[in-house]
Design a protein around this ligand. Sequence first.
Ligand SMILES: O=C(O)CCC(=O)C(=O)O
Length: 295
Amino acid sequence: MSQLRDQLAKDGYCVIAGILDADLIDHARAVSAGALAQATADHRARNRSQGSLINVADYPAYAAVIGHHALRRVFADLRFADPRFSSGYLISKPPGGPPLFWHQDWWGWDDPLSYGPALAQLFFMIYLTDTSPENGCLRVIPGSHRRPHRLHEALAAHGEALSRVDNPDDPLFGPMPDEVAVPVQAGDLVVGDARLLHAAHANRSGEERSLLTLWFHPDFASLPAGMRARIRQTYERRGVDTDPVGGSAMTLDDWPAEARDIVADVLVPGGQTAPPHDWNRVPDWPQGAPAPPTV
Ligand SMILES: O=C(O)CCC(=O)C(=O)O
């Protein structure tokens, strides 16, 4: 596992095979099929590039995945001191779905820790289908979490026009010379730094390609107080660009006790009283940051 930790630090991601067993994959697929059946045509049109962006907080049956003992084993193996879950999404690309645009997901770029080795926020992407470049597997730019890249200048990432794919010829949907495909099997886990530049291929198959992206903070207690307060707002579904329903929606605090009990010890705690950190998705690399590769 120290090899995986090293890869996570150096490349910004690592793959851990076979995290969900067949029963839990079936459970997650069934919950996801129900959630997708409820998603409106408007939701899918607004999130055409992603395929869907359904907050897992709306579905307490996902507790079995978020609180799964195999994830806790990963936390221990990767030596996470205080792992906490803030939010997550069902991202499901229908047959014929277009590519996902290049982006990174970190929002705390105003804080100096964003330019160092600390792991403030990690995605846990759990794929519910086998993936390949043919059906929309993940693509990443290894190392892009720690150095400037020209994609960082694309300020529109996460914008509505990109999500709707108003311009399919936008280079943010295209290939990058330094990209690496990350094909996986159903039940595999991709752990990645929120700062890592990533995208996904188009789905040219006849089947849905689904995954759960779960956001964890590996050492929540060590983060600055303002960052902790902003993360708590995300958990409360307030002021998040990928979660426009707003603070009136269900949070994990509203889950029935039997679901909440499964995840209670990994949830972002309340009582964060500091002024919340500003939301800024655009890095401003300090002088002397490593040069971008010449590709
Ligand atoms: O659709 C994918 O494979 C990647 C999803 C993604 O980019 C994300 O969850 O941030």
